[in-house]
Each structure stands twice: as C-alpha cells, then as structure tokens.
Design a protein around this ligand. Structure first.
Ligand SMILES: [Zn+2]
Length: 180
C-alpha cells in the first residue's frame, strides 16, 4: 500500500501488480471543478485498488470530499459532501465496453500513462449534484433576500387581517356560559 498518490500512473501495469493507492489530492489541482465550486481549498481523499480478474483489469475504490458549491435556492455557499464509489474496467477500445461485468464503467486506455487526478476528476464530476441545495429551507416565500423587508410587511398585514375585527367576539368567548 502506497501512502502517497503518484501523479502519473500506468493502470495496466498497476493492475498486473495489484497496487493499492491511498492518499489525498488538492481540490485546486482539479481544474475542471473550477467554476462549479465557490472555494478550492481542501482535499479529496482517494483509495484505489488496481486488480485483475481473468484477463480483465479493473480499478476499484472511492473518492471522498466536501465541495463548497452555490445553493440554487438562496445562492449562498452550501457544503456538499461527496463520497463516490469508483468501479472502472480498463479497456483499450470502446467496442469492448459490453464485455465488462455489471456495475463497471469503461475506462479507455489509449496511452499507457495517465494522470491519476484525471480519473478522480471524472468520477467527481459525475457525482456532483445538478442542483446543489441546503438541506434546510433556506429561502422563505420563494423570494430573493433583497425583497425580505417587503416580505415582512406583507406578513404583518396578513397577521392584522387574521385577528378578529370585532373585539366583543373575544369577550363573548370569555363569558362563562353555564351561569344564569
Ligand atoms: Zn440555500
């Protein structure tokens, strides 16, 4: 088990040697995430096991991180925890993709050497939510926060309307009914 992630890997050789990798990548090194996230500080934890079953080579593992994205409701920052399983079957030609066992996505090897971060980046991009949102209800009345003072006056008006117009109606309810 290597504790540092190599930058460049040779997946087929790694599979032959059944190499296990564990370590972290800096979020800011994954340039394709730029524009999708609000903050590129932090790391991605990665664990990968290169292996062979018969003549087929595979990468099994996971990547885990928390990305800071823009909530599509309130437009503020929202932490999006992501833990994605990685199950890749290594093939040299897309025509072989249907020979992979169920649950494995094809990874086409057109050059021997690959950037490890590219593999992780692809998996993270697939796992990103299309509409990141806070779990709590972060926007009330579906209106933008710039209008919040106007919202409050509307609520206040409604509250006034909700109270009984006739104060004697309240007194009538308080008056004991059982006495003569
Ligand atoms: Zn929100």
């Amino acid at each position: 088990m290597l504790d540092r992630l190599p930058e460049i890997i040779d997946p087929l050789v790694f599979a032959e040697r059944r190499i296990e990798l564990k370590g972290t990548l800096k979020i800011k090194s994954l340039t394709r995430l730029e524009g999708l996230i609000l903050d590129d500080a932090g790391v991605i934890e990665v664990e990968l096991f290169f292996n062979k079953q018969g003549r087929h080579a595979f990468i099994d593992g996971w990547a885990s991180t928390t990305l800071i994205m823009q909530c599509q409701n309130c437009l503020d920052a929202v932490d999006v925890p992501i833990k994605t399983a990685i199950k890749l079957g290594l093939i040299t030609n897309l025509d072989y993709a249907d020979r992979l066992p169920a649950g494995y996505e094809p990874l086409i090897i057109d050059e021997e050497k690959m950037l490890l971060k590219e593999i992780v980046e692809d998996e993270l991009l697939l796992a990103l939510p299309a509409f990141p949102k806070h779990l709590h209800q972060c926007v009330k009345f579906e209106l933008h926060s710039e209008n919040s003072s106007a919202d409050l006056s509307v609520v206040a008006e409604n509250a006034t309307l909700a109270t009984p117009k006739n104060p004697f109606a309240v007194l009538a309810k308080l008056k004991p009914t059982g006495e003569p």
